[in-house]
Design a protein. Sequence first.
Length: 500
Amino acid sequence: MPNSAIAAIAALPQPELKTVFDTDPDRLSKFVLAQGAIRFDWSKTHLTDAAMDEFLALADARGFAAQRDALFAGAAVNNTEGRAAEHPAERGEGNPESVARAKMLHSRMRGLIDAIEAGALGDVRHILHIGIGGSALGPKLIVDALDGDGVRYDVAIVSNVDGTALERAIEGFDPHATLIAVASKTFTTTETMLNAASAINWMVEAGVDDPYGRVIALTAAPDKAIEWGVDETRILPFSESVGGRYSLWSSIGFPAALALGWDAFESLLEGAAAMDRHFRLSPPAQNAPLIAAFVDQYYARVMGCQSRALFAYDERLALLPSYLQQLEMESNGKSVTRDGSPVEGPTAPITWGGVGTDAQHAVFQLLHQGTVLTPVEFIASIEPGHALDPAHHRALLVNCFAQGAALMQGRANDSDPARAYPGNRPSTTILLDDVTPETLGALLSFYEHRTFANAVLMGINPFDQFGVELGKEIARSIEADGPRGFDPSTMALIDLALGR
Ligand code: F6P
């Protein structure tokens, strides 16, 4: 059934987007769904009633409801690693024991934040958060999106092992007034440990009394953090069953909770929990993450689109594309199903994007007239993030909506093909009332569940990431034993740049 469902959808008549509203006057009400402060509009995609029915049958055949229940029950849905995926428990949704544990760990984090604010760690004006991948992208997005007027600390989030990143981050930071947050689920990641060691050296060289006393560890491996030199009282643990790219809600969110305030962090969790409940309780035909996954499956698997593009028409969400690149590509960029057999057909497309209106002046040419079909997602907020002339926000939104209409309608030009727009190019619009901790929490939770729903529809495990290991292993072996047995190109590069 599963792959024949894709074939059945491919065999359905495909609508011409510019006429979809003429042929189905109810289309807007059918393909727009409002959930809380977020409105999802899929009406400008090729999804039809008939395709919806086939996708709903596919979800059923894949055991969607049972797999979703298993996720929330804390079952070992990450079958290749024999682990649960309990990020919803961090928001208060899921297995009661895991929820209680997450609450207890959040109280511990709050206690430490209160102590820092009360001066227990001395003068703290700068937060240097060191982590990579899921241990950096979430906090970076949240802090960047929400750091309005109320932010009390300078926050720098450093991930790259390139020393330039750390050097730039600490420029202007007073080492005597800096708190280092070392964020690593495993507390073994090479980049993070090297950056953390260099940050300690920076403090030592500046004459800071007790540099390790200014380190907070955010990790699921507290023993490793203790071994490295962090006092147990400054370790904020989180559960092993929270995956790296799903860990923003745990103590990995520490810099956001400290810089934005506990209330904001709690609102972020509440917003995410509201979306969790929507995903868990809504029937499939009214379930936003599942419908979004149908659209993803339609373009990736039925139409063979190799990428999907998303553009945030809001500067506050500028980091959303890079956050989603990890979430979607590390989760669903797989070639085998849960039982290890080859997946039939393509899996996750490449996620890419940027901000509007900047992207309009750089990459939209290809979206409108290129030969590659790319489904586009627009994300915008009704309320602006600034107090300047409302003309700015009006222009931003007008442009956003104009792009969706242009992609859909196109414009014929028989006498001048270079000026013709084919149209019939799909887009989704996600419109938020505002970018607040609640809406951002709900939005990110929506993307997490959409990624999970895509995985269920393809029969794959979205919670492992073995594909990242081989390169790490080879790098470690070069460091340990020198370059041996590589191809001539790799040997020459190493010889030339590293002199070995
Ligand atoms: O190498 C990939 C990865 O394992 C990601 O999944 C993870 O978010 C990142 O590295 C960082 O890992 P850690 O939090 O253990 O340092």
